[in-house]
Ligand binder design. Structure first.
Ligand SMILES: Nc1ncnc2c1ncn2[C@@H]1O[C@H](COP(=O)(O)OP(=O)(O)OP(=O)(O)O)[C@@H](O)[C@H]1O
Length: 236
């Protein structure tokens, strides 16, 4: 079966800076992938290039077998790819209920598994704060709301970039619980997080980026057993 998302030899630049240097990555249906690498290695840029936020200088992105190399972010999202960027992405002037409801739509294939009620069951903290404005929420609640909004679009792939960054330990634990629960539904996930142990534990496969290139691509359980390699690429 063809991968759901296929990135082929992607290059991307910020001005003169050559940030992605020929990255190829497949994300299969239902597959959970971790994207590891030290700061500044190009992880967010890879995601942003797949999503259409950063133009590829060369290479190709295919989603559902359709060429999306020059697609706009909203077109990629319509194909079933939900992206929760680093730093979140909620409407600060809308309350929790409105933030969730405006995001609602069926999946590309017409499924509506993730209803408003299911999202609230998954995030009980949000259910208690329905009338609170986005800007009144704590950082952790805003992050949950951003993930909740992504789920309301009934995506086939959920991309989380540093979803636990700067949050309190209890909230971080809650977010990993939600990631684990989403994974059991068969949704594909692509996860970037500084806690590589958690990433290894919550994914089927991990890829490692170094200076704009993919240098490792292995089942997570195998990578977890190679401390020397992790040390080399992650400095841990
Ligand atoms: N908008 C931008 N304009 C110019 N340079 C950028 C921009 N965004 C990122 N960069 C640079 O591109 C390189 C890759 O950044 P990127 O954010 O993709 O890395 P990352 O692996 O996700 O790291 P981090 O965890 O620090 O976000 C870095 O050198 C960064 O400084």
């Amino acid at each position: 079966m063809k991968p759901f998302i296929q990135a082929r030899s992607l290059h991307a630049h910020y001005g003169e800076s050559h940030v992605l240097q020929g990255v190829s990555l497949d994300i299969g249906s239902g597959e959970s992938i971790g994207l590891l690498g030290r700061n500044g290695m190009g992880k967010s840029t890879l995601i942003r290039t797949i999503m259409g936020h950063v133009p590829a200088s060369s290479g190709a992105v295919t989603i559902r077998g359709k060429d999306c190399t020059r697609a706009a972010p909203h077109q990629v999202a319509r194909l079933g790819v939900a992206y929760v960027p680093e730093g979140r992405g909620i409407f600060p002037n809308l309350n929790v209920r409105e933030n969730l409801q405006v995001a609602a739509r069926p999946s590309f294939e017409g499924r509506s598994d993730w209803t408003y009620h299911r999202v609230l069951q998954t995030f009980p903290r949000l259910a208690e704060r329905l009338e609170h404005g986005g800007q009144q929420l704590s950082g952790g609640e805003q992050q949950m709301l951003a993930i909740g909004r992504a789920l309301m679009t009934n995506p086939d792939v959920l991309i989380l970039d540093e979803a636990t960054e700067g949050l309190a330990p209890l909230i971080i634990a809650e977010i990993w619980r939600i990631i684990a629960s989403v994974r059991t539904t068969g949704m594909s996930t692509l996860i970037v997080d500084r806690n590589y142990r958690k990433v290894l534990a919550h994914t089927d496969r991990c890829v490692v980026m170094e200076k704009g290139c993919l240098v490792e691509n292995q089942p997570s359980v195998e990578l977890a057993g190679q401390p020397d390699l992790l040390m080399r690429y992650l400095g841990v």
